[in-house]
Design a protein. Structure first.
Length: 325
């Protein structure tokens, strides 16, 4: 998958304003996940974002948790939002004209729309996803296809980002999508610092699966989490698929199938993505030569690192460092 890499880092006059649009019977997980990424992280992490809530009808809104949340802002809060997070929208799949108008105005002036789970019905109703691929929760794919047949639905991947509009199929992907936005706008090192503070697991790329395939017979596959953590601690080492399989106590074929079922990517690709993320962080935070970085992240040589980096990001390590150092 080719990742978008901006030529220069953003230079906003103030914090990037993120506003989550919520509704009655709101699921809180996507809201709190977005707040955790875009909210305050203490004095040691630069505050590039501000976070707020709004609703069509402000006030005390019921949630799926059984306790209400207080929302003070109406739809006018979207008029100066830089990112609009449509966080679930569990109460209805038919957004009101007022909501559609407010989101349309925000998008028209350049705000980014990030729709989670059933929130996808808002940009879909506005035609923002016509002819475009979108991540949709597998339980909603039939209804969305019936209502908006021009949207190219993908109910397997966790998120799809077009820049102006991003969609996450499930609430659990909110953290991944938000950290992806931070990485795109402020670099891998900043996203990794926030992820570490939240004790988040390894960041999942959008192409990874929403959920593992379930076997019809036999035991459920073991979690890959111990292996993934082991791989992150052995990035400098030349680890093969056979090494991974031996660590997990399975055959290489079984391991490859587990990666495909649970993550949607082969083991070698998952490891390469982690190495490239570590490369980006070292380019941003250090003055280490490319040859040294290649050794530290397990890409063996500067030539190999530059080739892999350019294939993934369409830029060179030197140009990336000039932009994000």
């Amino acid at each position: 998958m080719t990742l978008h890499c901006p030529e220069t880092p953003p230079t906003p006059s103030g914090p990037h304003r993120v506003v989550a649009l919520v509704a009655p019977k709101q699921e809180l997980y996507p809201v709190t996940s977005a707040s955790a990424v875009f909210g305050y992280h203490g004095p040691d992490i630069p505050q590039h974002y501000s976070f707020d809530l709004c609703a069509e009808q402000p006030g005390s809104l019921p949630t799926t948790l059984g306790v209400p949340i207080q929302v003070d802002n109406g739809l006018e809060a979207l008029d100066d939002a830089d990112t609009v997070v449509i966080a679930g929208w569990s109460w209805t799949l038919t957004p009101s004209p007022a909501v559609l108008q407010a989101v349309s105005r925000a998008h028209a002036r350049g705000a980014r729309i990030a729709a989670v789970c059933a929130g996808i019905f808002v940009p879909a109703a506005l035609g923002l996803l016509d002819g475009r691929r979108a991540s949709v929760h597998w339980e909603l794919s039939g209804e969305l296809a019936a209502r908006h047949p021009r949207v190219i639905l993908d109910d397997t991947v966790i998120y799809v980002d077009h820049g102006d509009v991003a969609t996450a199929g499930a609430s659990a992907a909110t953290l991944d999508l938000c950290l992806h936005q931070v990485l795109q706008e402020y670099g891998a090192a900043h996203a990794m610092r926030i992820g570490r503070q939240l004790a988040a697991g390894p960041h999942r790329e959008g192409c990874q699966r929403q959920y593992p395939s379930l076997p019809t017979t036999g035991p459920m596959p073991d979690s890959l989490a111990p292996l993934l953590e082991w791989l992150l601690s052995h990035l400098p080492d030349q680890v093969t698929v056979e090494d991974m399989a031996a660590y997990s106590g399975v055959s290489p074929r079984t391991l490859t199938r587990q990666f495909a079922d649970q993550l949607g990517v082969p083991p070698a690709r998952w490891l390469l993505e982690r190495r490239l993320a570590a490369t980006r962080a070292l380019l941003e935070e250090t003055d280490l030569p490319v040859e040294t970085i290649a050794t530290r992240v397990g890409l063996s040589s500067a030539v190999n690192l530059r080739r892999r980096f350019h294939t993934a990001l369409r830029t060179t390590p030197a140009a990336y460092r000039r932009s994000f150092r």
